[in-house]
Write a protein that binds this ligand. Structure first.
Ligand SMILES: Nc1ncnc2c1ncn2[C@@H]1O[C@H](COP(=O)(O)OP(=O)(O)OP(=O)(O)O)[C@@H](O)[C@H]1O
Length: 295
């Protein structure tokens, strides 16, 4: 179980870092094994920063992150390496994770060097073949190829395979399908569903509500760095209580509607206030459905 407890993140911005930008405010969420938790919200709401803190790519300003009850925030190099055996990330642009002058499977070599230096070549090859097959890639079609010879979907699946080499418990998937075409998207999405069935916890970061609805049991809606609503996906999406959630859900284009049909006026929202103060507290409005206080 991965838990974020009252996590805050401020970045230093402005000339010589003279100002603070509070990107994440008092976020408490958890991801159980075999669960996909989606984090949604508009651009700049803090979703990626949450993922980066989980992956220890940026520090936590306040609060803590626990894996199986052990605080993993601000640990040294060795503890971090152990942590990365259990928690890995895949990001939006698969191409940027590969060096175009090397073959794509070089991404596996770095894992071997760090974690499996003792493994014999044949054992390693068998392990790589196994994980490639588990993400439905034919080793013969992807190994030995350069990144430009593979599709975005294949590259993305290879990155998921790399994470799986490590027997991970949690995968942070940050907009991993937004750069893929529609047919590949559903493949990668269904792959996440299969990994979940095998007990993996997935933190699925997306601005696409329909993807979140498709893949996750629970959803967290963020605005201005704070959680405004969270809970069972069915409840949050069918009965949104916070005006921001209602606006977000109403803004999803529907196949059967044209842009001119019954245009909806968005509800008025409170402006982004002082981010240094605690955000509005969450109240449980029904079982597994939490909403932040709002006017
Ligand atoms: N390294 C950084 N230094 C300073 N400010 C940052 C940094 N990274 C993010 N921010 C700011 O923190 C806030 C939250 O950014 P974040 O990337 O987490 O949002 P997001 O919800 O993931 O947005 P998007 O959907 O556009 O990726 C934004 O105001 C952003 O400008």
């Amino acid at each position: 179980m991965l838990e974020l407890k009252q996590v805050w993140k401020s970045y230093r911005v402005g000339a010589l870092g003279s100002k603070r930008l509070v990107a994440v405010r008092d976020v408490s969420i958890d991801i159980a094994p075999g669960e996909v938790l989606s984090v949604v919200g508009e651009s700049g709401s803090g979703k990626t920063t949450v993922g980066k803190m989980v992956l220890q790519l940026t520090s936590v300003t306040r609060g803590s992150i626990l894996l199986d009850g052990v605080d993993v925030t601000a640990k040294g190099h060795y503890e971090r390496k152990v942590y990365y055996r259990k928690v890995q990330g895949v990001f939006q642009d698969p191409f940027s994770s590969y060096n175009p002058i090397f073959k794509a499977d070089r991404v596996f070599d770095t894992v071997r060097e760090s974690y499996f230096p003792q493994l014999k070549r044949a054992e390693w090859t068998a392990k790589v073949d196994d994980v490639l097959q588990s993400v439905r890639l034919d080793p013969g079609s992807v190994l030995g190829k350069y990144p430009h010879q593979l599709s975005g979907g294949q590259l993305q699946r290879m990155l998921i395979a790399r994470a799986l080499l490590l027997d991970i418990q949690v995968l942070v998937a940050d907009e991993i399908i937004s750069m893929l075409d529609a047919s590949t998207r559903i493949d990668v999405l269904n792959l996440l569903g299969e990994l979940r069935e095998r007990g993996l916890g997935v933190l699925f970061i997306t601005h696409d509500l329909s993807l979140a609805n498709y893949i996750s049991e629970r959803v967290v809606i963020m605005r201005h760095g704070a959680v405004v609503e969270m809970g069972a996906t069915g409840k949050v999406f069918t009965d949104p209580q916070h005006p921001y959630s209602r606006n977000l859900i109403a803004s999803v284009p529907q196949l059967h509607r044209k842009w001119s049909d019954d245009p909806q006026t968005p509800e008025e929202l409170e402006p982004d206030g002082d981010r240094e103060v605690d955000p509005s507290p969450l109240t449980e409005v029904s079982e597994n459905h939490w909403v932040a206080a709002h006017p």
